[in-house]
Design a protein around this ligand. Structure first.
Ligand code: RNT
Ligand code: ZN
Length: 418
């Protein structure tokens, strides 16, 4: 193992890459781990089904049923993956002590105390999300854009409560809290009015952002989407809407791109540098869409690599908030979680092990066939040896050890959840 790394280190040194510098940097880049992969986006504040244009498919046994189980599963995933983690929690994961339920417009920091304790135990920051779905007050598929004032009011109050909770989380952890606003608001069939809902959505988000907060601590985001299940014809928070909103409120919020939320031939890797020309900071949801926003387990595939490459090439590791967002209920959920996080870590590592300055110079000098040749050459550098070294130094399983680790957890823990 050591020998292989030592030789990889020499090979990379020859192309101008200092693997030691890369390894000491990558382990401190926080990647936000979404709690909702562990229980199929169910949460703890309701019994009803998942609604709002998103869907999990599959019924693999062993899903987390309680906060304790979900946290234990996340701990396992964290122990299986290298790198710094941040927690990503949805408002529907509120934990009500002694059954003291409050509705989403009345949520307070104390309902997330267990999550804060969990984060502090591992020295992690927390990202937070208001939950505008899976709730009886989603009226005719609409929340913040509803024509019904009482409905809008309820959801605005929810958003404001979440800003207060986010600020509390940031203060408690000492790490800024990215608070993402996503709604599934839209219509299944052709609307007669496309602008009205958007004007109401705009005003509602502005009302949420009127809640006082320190923009250094709370980073509200607006996430766009192209369509959702049951809302195929029209989405209120479309790409143009969300990006324009973020641009107009640059001092108060950021745009968030989810790479499952665009037409299938569009790529978020190309959008990252475009947005970085205009925004100081942006946020990402990293997923894997297959034909639609299917939220498959993230892999070490071409577009995942390309997205990480863009962040690194743009020298924007401190300007991009990286969060995983997918949910696969058809396979062992710990495996799905760990494969996804490890894949993003691999993509980051690969991007950092690429001689980007040299490649850029070839482009600028018009040496284009040499650029192709060098880019192709990068593909066969001994990346795997550096990845193994990273895992070993972080004390986590190598790829080849992962199966046994996950099988053992399945046998000892998940299989007992019946
Ligand atoms: C849905 C959005 C959204 C959700 C989470 C649970 O299409 O991607 O980000 O996945 O908020
Ligand atoms: Zn998302």
């Amino acid at each position: 193992m050591c020998n292989r790394y030592e030789s990889a280190k020499e090979i990379y040194a020859k192309v101008g890459i200092d693997t030691e510098a890369v390894l000491s940097k990558i382990k401190n880049l926080a990647v936000s781990l979404h709690c909702w992969q562990g229980d199929d986006v169910q949460g703890f504040d309701h019994d009803g089904p998942l609604t709002g244009g998103i869907q999990t498919t599959g019924n693999y046994p062993g899903k987390a049923r309680t906060p304790e189980e979900l946290i234990a599963d996340m701990e396992k995933v964290m122990a299986l993956c290298p790198g710094k983690k941040k927690l990503n929690v949805h408002a529907c994961y509120a934990i009500f002590e002694d059954g003291k339920f409050v509705d989403r417009d009345k949520l307070e920091p104390k309902h997330f105390q267990k999550w804060i304790d969990f984060a502090k135990k591992y020295n992690m920051g927390i990202d937070f999300n208001p939950t505008f779905f899976s709730h009886p007050k989603v009226k005719d598929g609409l929340t913040l854009s509803s024509p019904d004032e009482a409905t809008r009011k309820f959801w605005i109050e929810h958003g404001k409560a979440c800003i207060r909770i986010s600020e509390h989380m940031a203060k408690e952890t000492g790490v800024p809290c990215v608070m993402n606003i996503w709604t599934g608001d839209g219509y299944k069939d052709i609307p007669a009015d496309r602008m009205g809902p958007r004007m109401r959505y705009k005003q509602s988000i502005e009302a949420i952002l009127s809640e006082p907060y320190d923009f250094n601590l709370v980073k509200p985001c607006v996430e766009s989407k192209v369509f959702g299940i049951g809302v195929e014809a029209y989405t209120v928070g479309s790409a143009e809407f969300s990006l324009s909103f973020a641009a107009e409120h640059k001092d108060k919020c950021l745009p968030l791109m989810d790479n499952g939320h665009y037409h299938p031939t569009e790529v978020v890797s190309d959008k990252i540098p475009a947005l970085l020309c205009f925004f100081d900071e942006i946020a990402l949801h990293i997923t894997r869409p297959i034909r639609w926003d299917s939220d498959h387990t993230v892999l070490f595939d071409d577009e995942t690599k390309e997205m990480a490459k863009e962040i690194v090439r743009c020298d924007a590791l401190d300007r991009v908030y990286m969060a995983l967002d997918y949910f696969d209920a058809s396979i062992n959920r710990i495996a799905s979680w760990s494969i996804g996080l490890r894949s993003w870590q691999k993509a980051l590592l690969l991007a950092m092990l690429t001689p980007n300055a040299e490649l850029k110079a070839l482009q600028d000098n018009g040496q284009l066939w040499e650029l192709i040749l060098k880019q192709e050459g990068v593909k066969s550098l001994p990346f795997g040896d550096v990845w193994n070294e990273y895992c070993a130094r972080e004390g986590v399983a190598l790829d080849c050890q992962l199966v046994d680790e996950i099988k053992a957890y399945e046998k000892d823990v998940l299989a007992k959840r019946v």
